[in-house]
Design a protein around this ligand. Sequence first.
Ligand code: FPP
Length: 259
Amino acid sequence: MRPEQIIARLFRKKTAQTFDCPPKEKLPRHIAFIMDGNGRWAKKRGLPRSAGHAAGTEALRELIRTVSDIGIESMSIYAFSTENWNRPTEEVQALMKLISRYFLSEIDELIEKNVRITILGELDAFPDEQKQALIQAMERTRLNTGLKLNIALNYGGRAEIVRAAGLLCEKCVRGEIKPGDVNAELFDECTYTHGQADVDLLIRTGGDERISNFLLWQCWYAELIFEDVFWPDYTKQKLFEDLNIYAGRDRRFGRVKEK
Ligand code: FPP
């Protein structure tokens, strides 16, 4: 193929294709999102970064509704990492305000939808009022049996692994287990997501291709999809497209496929 043909092919306008949701048995049990690109979405429009996070919250609202409606068991979202504290103070404050407001405005709908909220991360770093609101959200949805919505706040994958190792050491010291008893199941019980399926599909928007310290333990055999669109532009239609890509993936978990 000549270079100009290759270029023409690369830039050919894609025909808009619509995607249906794959059948239930082809869906991931646990889907996770790194919601990246809010800042760049805002910059492109001459807006402050906080406006990007606000637009990202709108996208999130639609996504949670869809994921709950199609019957996926668990959804994890990376809302604030342990590293995000290093952002400018105004941005951190705007994000905190947005997250608090989100819980206030959404909790009734989430309860109605039978969603169970789990916060992944160390809550002690949050101001008392906010911490109480987060604990209350978990308490109020504790008995719900629908979508398990995991919201990572002040979360880091390494910190979670270190915490789990510490909890296992404490169990040993108390004589509840012996060091030789430690295995993957016991370790998993000490993670924030214990009792849930491992991540089957991790989607990251914003164009970067890395995991950024998110769910390192749970993603051991996750399928990865990296999207160029910024998070506020990630729609239900994009989700269905990605679920179809996932449905077509050949998952072998290190085994050889039987013919
Ligand atoms: C990354 O984009 C995004 C975040 C650090 C925050 C994500 C938060 C939300 C989508 C909304 C709030 C969440 C809840 C639970 C209501 P970025 O700022 O790094 O974007 P950039 O890479 O373009 O700078």
